[in-house]
Design a protein around this ligand. Structure first.
Ligand code: NCD
Ligand code: ZN
Length: 450
């Protein structure tokens, strides 16, 4: 067939940005896929989307979101969370299992899948939990299409008591047999609990006490133990939200010894340092914590130097009332972010901290490759037509009240950004158009494909 036969629409005149370059090209879409990328693809009778002056990016793939279904839908649900994703140019999310109940069994995985299917405005994968003694359940969750598994080594939102090393090792073996990635929340639970108890005994309740409770070696130790066990078990290891320069240096050392591990940093850890405890109070509480400026600089160096593979959001919503909690020990960790990632990274690009190609690499291409989503993360013939149209020069201000999340409470309130999402397509369906969600919940489950 010639490329224009039965083409649904052509995006013309934009600059297509991939992980390794950019070209002025048209993009032809048919049946939800990219069918051609090249010059003068417009043809009589084929609808055209004029993207002159815009960048055309593969939709972002955010491998770290918490959309809170089931059990915590007062914070967010799959519809509001995926609408926020669509507005942020994120066309694939992978949702975390620390729900109520946690997704730690095959039955629970199936229940969640049934619950959220039909509500999603973007494509989604689901993680299962690597929990206490649930290796057999992990094997079954893999059959149901789990994208991978989350290991909480340190206490965080939800009631997921951290597995001991024997459970962790057996879970890593199950993941290795299934060929799936295990992502760790790498903080040593025993240590952070010790420090929390000491700080409580000393009467601390202020926001900075959270940082004091989780010194960098709490992360370094967990990184080392996790990578050591994952290598022994032959599992694909990923570290979620690495937060310290020392942690990143330990990763470099482990890699030099032959260990293979992918590393993620959060938009939040790149955009806030410890001064944020004074300006934002407990809203900025995050696990692992917002760190001193030297760590922030080390993480940016890791992005620039290629040691950081993935940037994600850890979109972790709580209600507006919860976010106003003054006692640090009662406050929840996490805040929204899926909708503000791309404008913030585009701003970093406008300021010369990274290129738009880097954004595509760390927030689309690399996560899609790492979690075996061959249709995602690139705009080449055969790829899913997950596209974001971006105006790289549009200036705006982040305003919580305009966010699509259930609670528009954001520490980025009032922040100026350069670069805006103009439109978002999920497999050829336009789901977001200049500020508005359009169309219905077209999102589908994504399963890893070897
Ligand atoms: C996350 C949440 O609220 O679910 N919170 C956080 O502070 N990061 C959990 C997590 O990713 O650890
Ligand atoms: Zn975490």
């Amino acid at each position: 067939m010639s490329t224009t036969d039965s083409v649904d629409f052509v995006i013309t005149g934009g600059t297509v940005v991939s992980h390794d370059g950019r070209h002025r090209h048209d993009v032809a879409v048919a049946g939800g896929r990219v069918v051609a990328v090249g010059d003068r693809l417009a043809a009589p009778g084929v609808p055209v989307v004029d993207a002159a002056g815009l960048l055309v990016l593969p939709g972002l793939v955010d491998v770290h979101v918490h959309f809170r279904e089931p059990g915590m839908t007062e914070k967010e649900d799959f519809a509001s969370g995926t609408r926020a994703a669509a507005a942020g140019g994120v066309t694939t999310v992978v949702d975390m299992p620390n729900t109520v109940p946690p997704v730690a069994t095959a039955a629970g995985f199936q229940e969640k899948l049934d619950l959220v299917s039909g509500k999603a405005y973007v494509d989604f994968g689901l993680y299962g939990m690597l929990g206490r003694d649930n290796a057999a359940e992990m094997t079954e969750m893999a059959r149901l299409g789990a994208m991978g598994f989350k290991l909480f080594m340190g206490q965080t939102t939800g009631d997921n008591r951290c597995p001991d090393d024997a459970s962790i090792y057996q879970g890593l073996e199950a993941a290795a047999a299934a060929g799936l990635v295990v992502g760790a929340h790498a903080e040593n639970d025993h240590l952070l609990r010790l420090f929390i108890d000491r700080l409580k005994a000393a009467g601390r309740t202020d926001p900075r006490a959270h940082l004091a409770s989780r010194p960098e070696f709490v992360e370094v130790e967990a990184v080392t133990r996790f990578v050591t066990l994952a290598s022994a078990a032959g599992a694909k290891a990923h570290i979620h939200h690495l937060s310290t320069g020392a942690g990143l240096q330990r990763v470099r050392d482990l890699r030099a010894q032959g260990h293979r591990v992918s590393v993620e940093v959060l938009v939040a850890h790149l955009h806030f340092d410890e001064s944020a405890y004074d300006t934002h109070g407990n809203l900025i509480k995050l696990n692992p914590p917002i760190r001193p400026a030297a760590d922030v600089a080390a993480l940016w160096e890791g992005v620039a130097g290629g040691d950081v593979d993935v940037i994600a959001t850890d979109h972790a919503p709580h209600t507006a009332a919860e976010q106003a909690e003054p006692d640090v020990w009662r406050a929840h960790g996490g805040f929204v972010g899926v909708e503000t990632m791309l404008p913030l990274l585009l701003t970093a690009a406008a300021e010369g901290r990274m290129s738009v190609e880097d954004i595509v690499r760390v927030a689309s291409y690399a996560p899609a490759r790492r979690w075996s989503m061959p249709g995602k993360g690139a705009l080449t013939p055969g790829s899913d037509a997950d596209l974001v149209l971006v105006d790289p020069h549009a200036e705006g201000v982040i305003t919580g009240a305009e966010l699509k999340s259930a609670h528009g409470v954001t520490p980025y309130e009032g922040r100026k950004v350069i670069g805006a999402v103009v439109g978002t397509y999920v497999r050829g369906h336009r789901v977001f158009d200049r500020g508005r969600i359009i169309g219905g919940p077209v999102g589908r489950q994504v399963r890893p494909r070897a």
